[in-house]
Design a protein around this ligand. Sequence first.
Ligand SMILES: Nc1ncnc2c1ncn2[C@@H]1O[C@H](COP(=O)(O)OP(=O)(O)OP(=O)(O)O)[C@@H](O)[C@H]1O
Length: 183
Amino acid sequence: MIIGITGTPGTGKTSITKLLEDDPLCQVIHLNELIKEEKLYSEVDVERDCVVADMDLVYDRVLELQDKSYPVTIVDSHLSHHIADIVIVLRTSPGKLKERLEKRKYSVEKVRENLEAEALDIILAEAVDWCEKVFELDTTGGTVDRTFKDIGRIIKGLRRGDTEELEQEFRPGSVEWSDYFFD
Ligand SMILES: Nc1ncnc2c1ncn2[C@@H]1O[C@H](COP(=O)(O)OP(=O)(O)OP(=O)(O)O)[C@@H](O)[C@H]1O
Protein backbone atom coordinates (compact mmCIF):
# COMPACT_ATOMS: atom_id res chain seq x y z
CA MET A 1 0.00 0.00 0.00
CA ILE A 2 1.34 3.43 -0.97
CA ILE A 3 0.41 6.36 1.29
CA GLY A 4 1.31 9.91 0.28
CA ILE A 5 2.10 12.51 2.90
CA THR A 6 1.48 15.81 1.15
CA GLY A 7 0.94 19.47 2.02
CA THR A 8 2.34 22.92 1.39
CA PRO A 9 6.08 23.28 2.20
CA GLY A 10 6.59 23.78 5.94
CA THR A 11 3.51 21.86 7.07
CA GLY A 12 5.69 19.09 8.54
CA LYS A 13 6.00 16.27 5.99
CA THR A 14 9.73 15.72 6.38
CA SER A 15 9.69 15.98 10.19
CA ILE A 16 7.07 13.26 10.39
CA THR A 17 8.35 10.95 7.67
CA LYS A 18 11.88 11.01 9.16
CA LEU A 19 10.31 9.50 12.29
CA LEU A 20 8.47 6.91 10.20
CA GLU A 21 11.83 5.68 8.87
CA ASP A 22 12.27 3.88 12.22
CA ASP A 23 9.01 1.98 11.80
CA PRO A 24 9.83 -1.56 10.61
CA LEU A 25 6.51 -1.70 8.74
CA CYS A 26 7.17 1.39 6.64
CA GLN A 27 9.39 2.06 3.67
CA VAL A 28 9.85 5.81 3.29
CA ILE A 29 10.60 7.53 0.00
CA HIS A 30 11.53 11.22 0.17
CA LEU A 31 10.35 12.12 -3.29
CA ASN A 32 11.80 15.61 -3.66
CA GLU A 33 15.30 14.28 -2.95
CA LEU A 34 14.77 11.43 -5.42
CA ILE A 35 13.55 13.83 -8.13
CA LYS A 36 16.70 15.94 -7.76
CA GLU A 37 19.14 13.03 -7.37
CA GLU A 38 17.80 11.14 -10.38
CA LYS A 39 16.91 14.22 -12.43
CA LEU A 40 13.27 13.17 -12.78
CA TYR A 41 12.32 16.60 -14.05
CA SER A 42 11.64 18.26 -17.35
CA GLU A 43 12.70 21.80 -16.50
CA VAL A 44 14.61 23.86 -13.99
CA ASP A 45 12.74 26.99 -12.93
CA VAL A 46 15.63 29.27 -12.01
CA GLU A 47 13.45 32.22 -11.10
CA ARG A 48 11.38 30.22 -8.60
CA ASP A 49 14.38 28.12 -7.50
CA CYS A 50 12.71 24.77 -8.15
CA VAL A 51 12.42 22.01 -10.74
CA VAL A 52 9.37 20.95 -12.72
CA ALA A 53 9.02 17.24 -12.04
CA ASP A 54 8.11 14.81 -14.81
CA MET A 55 5.31 13.01 -12.96
CA ASP A 56 5.20 10.07 -15.39
CA LEU A 57 8.90 9.37 -14.73
CA VAL A 58 8.36 9.91 -11.00
CA TYR A 59 5.40 7.54 -10.83
CA ASP A 60 7.25 4.75 -12.70
CA ARG A 61 10.30 5.17 -10.46
CA VAL A 62 8.25 4.99 -7.26
CA LEU A 63 6.65 1.75 -8.46
CA GLU A 64 10.12 0.37 -9.22
CA LEU A 65 11.41 1.36 -5.81
CA GLN A 66 8.38 0.11 -3.88
CA ASP A 67 9.62 -2.73 -1.68
CA LYS A 68 6.63 -4.99 -1.17
CA SER A 69 8.27 -6.71 1.79
CA TYR A 70 7.02 -3.62 3.68
CA PRO A 71 3.25 -3.46 4.15
CA VAL A 72 3.35 0.31 3.69
CA THR A 73 5.35 2.61 1.42
CA ILE A 74 5.22 6.23 2.55
CA VAL A 75 5.87 8.87 -0.10
CA ASP A 76 6.91 12.22 1.37
CA SER A 77 6.37 15.19 -0.94
CA HIS A 78 4.08 18.06 -1.80
CA LEU A 79 3.69 16.10 -5.07
CA SER A 80 2.78 12.74 -3.52
CA HIS A 81 -0.95 13.23 -4.13
CA HIS A 82 -0.16 13.15 -7.86
CA ILE A 83 0.82 9.49 -7.59
CA ALA A 84 -0.80 7.96 -4.47
CA ASP A 85 -4.45 6.98 -4.10
CA ILE A 86 -4.39 7.34 -0.33
CA VAL A 87 -3.03 10.58 1.08
CA ILE A 88 -2.66 12.46 4.30
CA VAL A 89 -2.68 16.22 3.72
CA LEU A 90 -0.85 18.18 6.42
CA ARG A 91 -2.19 21.68 7.03
CA THR A 92 -0.84 24.67 8.94
CA SER A 93 -2.49 28.03 9.49
CA PRO A 94 -0.90 30.68 7.23
CA GLY A 95 0.20 32.71 10.27
CA LYS A 96 2.17 29.77 11.74
CA LEU A 97 3.40 28.70 8.30
CA LYS A 98 4.79 32.20 7.72
CA GLU A 99 6.91 31.85 10.87
CA ARG A 100 8.20 28.42 9.76
CA LEU A 101 9.04 29.55 6.21
CA GLU A 102 10.67 32.82 7.27
CA LYS A 103 12.99 30.79 9.52
CA ARG A 104 14.17 29.03 6.36
CA LYS A 105 15.18 32.39 4.88
CA TYR A 106 12.89 31.95 1.88
CA SER A 107 12.42 35.04 -0.27
CA VAL A 108 9.38 37.23 0.43
CA GLU A 109 7.83 36.05 -2.86
CA LYS A 110 8.38 32.38 -2.07
CA VAL A 111 6.85 32.74 1.41
CA ARG A 112 3.87 34.58 -0.01
CA GLU A 113 3.33 32.05 -2.81
CA ASN A 114 3.25 29.21 -0.28
CA LEU A 115 0.97 31.07 2.14
CA GLU A 116 -1.48 31.77 -0.67
CA ALA A 117 -1.45 28.12 -1.70
CA GLU A 118 -2.17 27.09 1.89
CA ALA A 119 -4.88 29.71 2.44
CA LEU A 120 -6.60 28.65 -0.79
CA ASP A 121 -6.45 24.91 0.04
CA ILE A 122 -4.72 24.21 -3.29
CA ILE A 123 -3.15 20.87 -2.35
CA LEU A 124 -6.18 19.69 -0.41
CA ALA A 125 -8.46 20.45 -3.37
CA GLU A 126 -6.17 18.56 -5.76
CA ALA A 127 -5.99 15.60 -3.38
CA VAL A 128 -9.77 15.46 -3.01
CA ASP A 129 -10.12 15.58 -6.81
CA TRP A 130 -7.52 12.96 -7.63
CA CYS A 131 -7.27 10.52 -4.71
CA GLU A 132 -9.51 7.78 -3.38
CA LYS A 133 -9.00 8.45 0.32
CA VAL A 134 -7.91 11.75 1.84
CA PHE A 135 -7.19 12.54 5.49
CA GLU A 136 -6.59 16.15 6.53
CA LEU A 137 -4.47 16.82 9.58
CA ASP A 138 -3.81 20.21 11.15
CA THR A 139 -0.25 20.63 12.47
CA THR A 140 -0.67 24.24 13.63
CA GLY A 141 -1.00 23.86 17.36
CA GLY A 142 0.19 20.36 18.19
CA THR A 143 3.67 18.95 18.50
CA VAL A 144 5.54 16.83 15.97
CA ASP A 145 4.99 13.92 18.35
CA ARG A 146 1.20 14.47 18.36
CA THR A 147 1.09 14.58 14.55
CA PHE A 148 3.27 11.48 14.37
CA LYS A 149 0.87 9.60 16.68
CA ASP A 150 -2.18 10.68 14.65
CA ILE A 151 -0.50 9.51 11.44
CA GLY A 152 0.35 6.23 13.15
CA ARG A 153 -3.35 5.75 13.96
CA ILE A 154 -4.31 6.46 10.35
CA ILE A 155 -1.72 3.99 9.02
CA LYS A 156 -2.92 1.33 11.47
CA GLY A 157 -6.54 1.90 10.45
CA LEU A 158 -5.64 1.61 6.77
CA ARG A 159 -3.77 -1.64 7.38
CA ARG A 160 -6.76 -3.06 9.28
CA GLY A 161 -9.09 -1.84 6.53
CA ASP A 162 -11.11 0.02 9.14
CA THR A 163 -11.00 3.80 8.60
CA GLU A 164 -14.62 4.87 8.97
CA GLU A 165 -14.09 6.76 12.24
CA LEU A 166 -10.69 8.10 11.16
CA GLU A 167 -12.17 9.41 7.90
CA GLN A 168 -14.69 11.27 10.02
CA GLU A 169 -12.08 12.58 12.48
CA PHE A 170 -9.69 13.73 9.72
CA ARG A 171 -12.21 14.55 7.01
CA PRO A 172 -11.15 17.06 4.33
CA GLY A 173 -12.63 20.48 4.90
CA SER A 174 -12.20 20.35 8.65
CA VAL A 175 -9.77 23.28 8.64
CA GLU A 176 -10.53 26.70 7.18
CA TRP A 177 -7.97 29.44 6.52
CA SER A 178 -9.95 31.57 4.07
CA ASP A 179 -10.22 34.43 6.59
CA TYR A 180 -6.44 34.90 6.41
CA PHE A 181 -5.59 38.32 4.98
CA PHE A 182 -2.28 39.10 3.29
CA ASP A 183 -0.63 42.34 4.29
N1 LIG B 1 2.74 19.37 14.73
C1 LIG B 1 3.78 19.46 13.89
N2 LIG B 1 3.94 18.55 12.92
C2 LIG B 1 4.97 18.66 12.05
N3 LIG B 1 5.90 19.66 12.09
C3 LIG B 1 5.79 20.59 13.05
C4 LIG B 1 4.73 20.53 13.99
N4 LIG B 1 4.87 21.58 14.83
C5 LIG B 1 5.96 22.24 14.43
N5 LIG B 1 6.54 21.66 13.38
C6 LIG B 1 7.77 22.17 12.76
O1 LIG B 1 7.46 22.65 11.45
C7 LIG B 1 8.60 22.48 10.60
C8 LIG B 1 8.14 21.70 9.40
O2 LIG B 1 9.23 21.53 8.53
P1 LIG B 1 9.33 20.30 7.53
O3 LIG B 1 10.64 20.40 6.79
O4 LIG B 1 9.04 19.01 8.24
O5 LIG B 1 8.12 20.64 6.53
P2 LIG B 1 7.87 20.01 5.09
O6 LIG B 1 6.39 20.00 4.92
O7 LIG B 1 8.57 18.71 4.93
O8 LIG B 1 8.53 21.07 4.12
P3 LIG B 1 9.12 20.80 2.62
O9 LIG B 1 7.95 20.47 1.74
O10 LIG B 1 9.73 22.11 2.24
O11 LIG B 1 10.12 19.71 2.71
C9 LIG B 1 9.66 21.75 11.40
O12 LIG B 1 10.56 22.72 11.89
C10 LIG B 1 8.87 21.13 12.55
O13 LIG B 1 9.62 20.98 13.72
